[in-house]
Design a protein around this ligand. Structure first.
Ligand code: PRP
Ligand code: URA
Length: 211
């Protein structure tokens, strides 16, 4: 599993305003949208493309287009839905599937209540979107769903992640597939209730040798 922490001053600034308990819901939604679009730029760095010729006013130019089969974007309901617009803005030709997962707040295990994915994901690049990677249970369940359908190339886009969850995803996936996790921020740790506790400054980044 590859971890990519999108280390950028604008992203840090927006995450900080997002965390502020005094931030209003409209501003929160706008910030999520902006952050996802910034993360999507990183997350799609290896999107599969193929050559495409176009006629310009002067001559033929050989460029690039998103290859078939087009990528599949899967928001993990419910919170992942808030990230869908930001993601499809950069990948408007992508198909969209849905996975409904909820965390049992006692056992912290992921429970599936909805599943609308294509049966065959062979050769598809899959983007899983969910704002929180806490214990990692939800993300591991979602990754397993798409791997079982034949996907081999999975990119997860999350806003906040706990180190424990990242390690759980890493060990659960092993070398079964090419999985990347793109996050805006790695936080400090999980509390007793399995909630992500923010780091003090760049604690998460230090952990991963980024600063
Ligand atoms: C949250 C979040 C993730 C999950 C993270 O969803 O959106 O899906 O918890 O926790 P985990 O890494 O420990 O599995 P929640 O279950 O609260 O559902 P919701 O999006 O419907 O609120
Ligand atoms: N859901 C949240 O909203 N936060 C967490 O840290 C974990 C699950």
């Amino acid at each position: 599993m590859q971890l990519h922490v999108a280390d950028h001053p604008l992203i840090r600034h927006k995450v900080t305003v997002l965390r502020d308990k005094n931030t209003s819901s409209p501003t929160f939604r706008l910030l999520v949208d902006e952050l996802v679009t910034l993360l999507a730029y990183e997350a799609t760095r290896h999107v599969r493309v193929e050559p495409r010729e176009v006629e310009t006013p002067l001559t033929t130019a050989v460029g690039t287009r998103i290859a078939d089969p087009v990528p599949l974007i899967v928001p993990i309901l419910r919170a992942g839905l808030g990230m869908l617009d930001g993601m499809t803005r950069l990948l408007p030709s992508a198909e969209v599937g849905f996975l409904g997962l909820m965390r049992d707040e006692t056992t912290l295990e992921a429970i599936t209540y909805a599943n609308r994915l294509p049966d065959d994901l062979t050769g598809r690049q899959v983007f899983l979107i969910d704002p929180m990677l806490a214990t990692g249970g939800s993300l591991v369940a979602a990754i397993n769903y798409v791997l079982q359908r034949g996907a081999t190339d999975v990119t997860c886009v999350c806003l906040l992640a706990a180190p424990e969850g990242i390690e759980n995803v890493r060990s659960a996936i092993g070398d079964r597939a090419d999985v990347s996790v793109v996050v805006a921020c790695v936080d400090s740790h999980l509390n007793e209730q399995g909630y992500i506790v923010p780091g003090l400054g760049d604690a998460g980044d230090r952990l991963y040798g980024l600063v």
